[in-house]
Design a protein. Structure first.
Ligand code: NAD
Length: 295
């Protein structure tokens, strides 16, 4: 099966990124959101990012025009009637996602493949929303989508080999390296990264070292581009908390239990870079150790 038209559901941070890399790969990308303003914002954001590339000389104006012409705004699920692949990127809510897939299943052609970009919901628990679960798959991009090179493909219990092969080709054309994972909590990256982050939180709570020293140690000693606390602030402590909660529930392993200090920071609204404070303080415009609380 050859994919030509793709319908992206949710024009937020991830959906817009997926529409961008899809259009750059030559696919006709339909970008849908329940909020028309989100579609406009998403497309304007893509145009801005590509314009920067043209200004820097890494892209021609002609390539920008071609990519932008392939992005079709949509405010109706009915526009998915003749697409070959759906990629869903709405809020991380299983009921919402199942509801959307159920509606799309009645609209899309029978051979259309359904993919979800969920970071933590079991793929099989979403696949039940469609009649033919062999065409359902997890397609987990990383943020920011145009920059991050990986796409994890997640095999739900009934996903067919053909579905995996078709979606792998699409992701690779979008410039991503693909890996295939079973449908387990956290898949590959979030599972292993979370285990590392939990160990970092334990080191902090045991007084092994400061936040800054743990980050420095892991950057220089383990060759990570960001320390575990810096990365948690970048991703968002709320996201981190939710992923850990899912892993804890999924594996029933206390190792993944979100630490109390993480829970308190989230409750206090200190979610990392996006709120100005997390494990570090960014309110001055630079990353500084926090002086207002003792860890
Ligand atoms: N942000 C990340 O780093 C990241 C990384 C990998 C995967 N994900 C996953 O991608 C998905 C989207 O995350 P995001 O960060 O782009 O979220 P976001 O909040 O930026 O965007 C979500 C979009 O979904 C839209 N939406 C809500 N209900 C809808 C509906 N009924 N129909 C159509 N659109 C609807 C919203 O209007 C919004 O524009 C989530 O499942 C998330 O777990 C996020």
């Amino acid at each position: 099966m050859e994919v030509k038209k793709i319908f992206v559901v949710g024009a937020g941070f991830m959906g817009a990124g997926i529409a961008q890399v899809g259009a750059q790969a030559g696919y006709e990308m339909h970008l849908y959101d329940i909020a028309p303003a989100a579609v406009e914002k998403g497309i304007a954001g893509i145009n801005k990012l590509l314009t920067k590339k043209v200004d820097k000389g890494s892209m021609t104006q002609e390539a920008l025009d071609e990519a932008m012409a392939l992005i079709k705004p949509s405010t109706s699920l009915d526009d998915a009637a003749d697409v070959d692949l759906v990629i869903e990127a709405v809020y991380e809510n299983a009921d919402l996602k199942r509801d959307i897939f159920g509606k799309l299943d009645a609209i899309c052609k029978p051979e259309c493949i359904m993919a979800t970009n969920t970071s933590s919901i079991p793929i099989t628990s979403l696949a039940v929303a469609v009649k033919d679960q062999s065409r359902f798959i997890g397609m987990h991009f990383f943020s920011p989508v145009p920059v991050m090179r990986l796409c994890e493909l997640i095999r739900a219990i009934k996903t067919s080999d053909e579905t995996i092969a078709v979606v792998a080709e699409v992701a690779q054309k979008m410039g991503k390296t693909t890996v295939v994972a079973k449908d387990v909590p956290g898949f590959i990256v979030n599972r292993i990264n979370s285990a590392l982050r939990c160990e970092a939180y334990k080191c902090l709570l045991e007084g092994v070292a400061s936040i800054e020293d743990i980050d420095t140690a892991m950057k220089l000693g383990a060759n990570l581009p960001m320390g575990p606390f810096e990365l948690a602030d970048f991703v968002g402590l709320d996201v981190n908390y939710n992923v850990l909660s899912q892993l804890y529930a999924g594996y029933k392993n206390p190792h993944f239990a979100p630490s109390l200090i993480l829970e308190k920071l989230v409750t206090a609204g200190d979610l990392g870079r996006k709120t100005g404070k997390g494990w570090y303080d960014y309110t001055s415009g630079e990353k500084k150790p926090r002086t207002d609380i003792k860890f």
